[in-house]
Design a protein around this ligand. Structure first.
Ligand code: NAD
Length: 483
């Protein structure tokens, strides 16, 4: 395979800036080098912020009618749709996930640009009654230049989740993809230019988090920061933002309870418990990584889940039959294996998995067998830390109070699933869960129109829906004396 060199995108131009080094991009299923991407420097990042600032002040963007801005995003959605197969294939080659999951991510991305493209001319202020001789109204203005730091687990879908509303609201943006997975976002930059986005409105800079990521979020000329990634990095970013009083939207980690009550639809709950943890090889902030089973169904559920898990087809994502792809990198593979060891040492019961696959065809890839631990407690590392891999921790409960205690006994609070046919009970559980998003008789459901955000260490603010527009705009209150 030919190894391709990639540049980054600043002010409408592809450039290597002042980069003298590159990153290797690898196919995590084979270890093969796919390409090399320029490792931008801080100066390159400063240039990107400068380009975004100039574009924000330029009439081409500032004075563009909202409807036209929306149409550009709709055109971008159309171009992404036209290049659907290529984008999905690129995502799988670069990130590792099964191709049907990459296709779902591209479909989500199209929907995101369509949703926020449609919303661009519906961002409204309000009139506020005060006195008869005064007219008071609000204007919603874009923030200015927004910074977007993207993780490697959903490189395309999570980039679009924040870029689309920021652009729809009239901001100009600088995005930094994760070191390991920049390819699909670079494609989006190419299509955005074709769709008619003026130069400097969307800039994508490839580089390390500690260098260019940090340079971006600490830049005094940034008006808003959206970060999706780990809680530790989120804390650092919030610290950097504090110096400049920059608003932050943080979407961080999770250790999410997926709760099954005895009256639930058994077959569906088993199938979805598997889906909730092994999709994207468990590399998901919203993974159903803690399965809470009522004692009445505990053994039967575990047996069936074990049986179905052992049937999962592990392999390279490009193989249409693959259900579980590799970890994104060797480093992540080693991290997950470390967590498995700690689960065994801390006395959890290994039900299935627990190692890398024996298949010699997979030895160069970053694979880990789908793993289930039973009899887990919240004080075990595998019971409280975010593993970010295909490792499920199963807890037993006897009462609703005990279940709520276990579910909330975590520093995180992003997502939760509840399985029951008793709607009254479901609502009681929903009310008591400390989680920003809850699915009842479902899991891994997200739409561009549904707010997504976490309690506790899982983040601050909401992505998606009208709530996202609030983050990317500020309000100006105007009073006119009419007397
Ligand atoms: P990470 O925090 O290591 O990196 C995320 C991004 O931040 C990367 O682009 C990285 O280069 C950049 N970065 C690192 N240090 C930085 C710094 N000091 N300043 C600025 N940028 C910096 O996270 P990851 O390993 O890529 O992603 C996994 C984590 O992301 C998990 O904890 C997961 O739960 C979380 N996540 C959360 C959501 C959500 O919506 N809540 C979604 C996906 C992933």
């Amino acid at each position: 395979m030919q190894v391709q060199d990639y540049k980054f995108f600043v002010n409408g131009k592809w450039t290597e800036g002042s980069a003298t080094e590159t990153f290797d991009l690898r196919n995590p299923a084979t270890g093969e080098v796919l390409g090399r991407v320029a490792r931008a420097t801080k100066d390159d990042m400063y240039e990107a912020v400068d380009a975004a600032r100039k574009a924000f002040q330029a009439p081409a963007w500032r004075d563009m009618e909202q409807t036209k801005r929306g149409k550009i995003l709709l055109q971008l959605a159309a171009l992404i749709r036209q290049n659907f197969e290529e984008l999905a294939k690129t995502e799988t080659l670069n990130q590792g996930k099964p191709i049907r999951e990459s296709k779902a991510d591209v479909a989500w991305t199209v929907r995101a640009f369509e949703y926020w493209g449609g919303l661009a001319d519906k961002i409204e202020g309000e009139t506020i009654p005060v006195t008869s001789n005064r007219l008071t109204y609000t204007i919603r203005e874009p923030l200015g230049v927004t910074a977007h730091i993207i993780p490697w687990n959903y490189p395309l879908a999570l980039a679009s989740r924040s870029l689309a509303p920021a652009l729809a609201a009239g901001n100009t943006v600088v995005a930094k993809p994760a070191e390991l997975t920049p390819l699909t976002l670079l494609k989006v930059a190419e299509y955005a230019q074709k769709a008619g986005l003026p130069d400097g409105v969307l800039n994508v800079v490839t580089g390390s988090g500690s260098q260019v990521g940090r340079a971006l979020v600490s830049h005094p000329d940034i008006d808003g920061i959206t970060f999706t990634g780990s809680t530790e990095t989120g804390q650092q970013i919030m610290g950097a933002a504090a110096k400049n009083i920059t608003p932050v939207l943080l979407e961080l980690g999770g250790k999410n309870p997926n709760i099954v009550l005895p009256d639930a639809d058994f077959d569906k709950a088993v199938q979805m418990a598997k889906f909730a943890i092994f999709t994207n090889a468990g590399q998901m902030c919203w993974a159903g990584s803690r399965l809470l089973l009522h004692a009445e169904i505990y053994d039967r559920f575990l047996n069936e889940l074990k049986r179905q898990t052992e049937l999962l087809k592990i392999g390279p994502g490009l193989d249409e039959k693959t259900e579980l792809g590799p970890m994104v990198s060797k480093e992540q593979q080693e991290r997950i294996v470390g967590y498995i060891k700690s689960g065994q040492e801390e006395g959890a019961r290994l039900v299935t998995g627990g190692s890398v696959p024996e298949d010699p065809a997979l030895k160069n890839g970053c694979f880990v067998k789908p793993t289930i631990f039973a009899d887990v407690t919240s004080d075990m590392k595998i019971g409280c830390e975010e593993i970010f891999g295909p490792v499920l921790a199963v807890f037993k409960f006897n009462s609703v109070d005990e279940m709520i205690h276990i579910a909330n006994d975590t520093n995180f609070g992003l997502y939760a699933g509840v399985w029951t046919n008793n709607l009254k009970l479901a609502q009681q559980v929903v009310n008591r869960l400390q989680a920003g998003v809850v699915a009842v008789n479902d899991y891994l459901v997200a739409y561009p129109q549904t707010p997504f955000g976490g309690y506790k260490d899982s983040g601050i603010g909401y992505e998606n829906g009208m709530q996202a527009i609030s983050h990317y705009t500020r309000i100006k209150a105007v009073t006119v004396n009419t007397s």
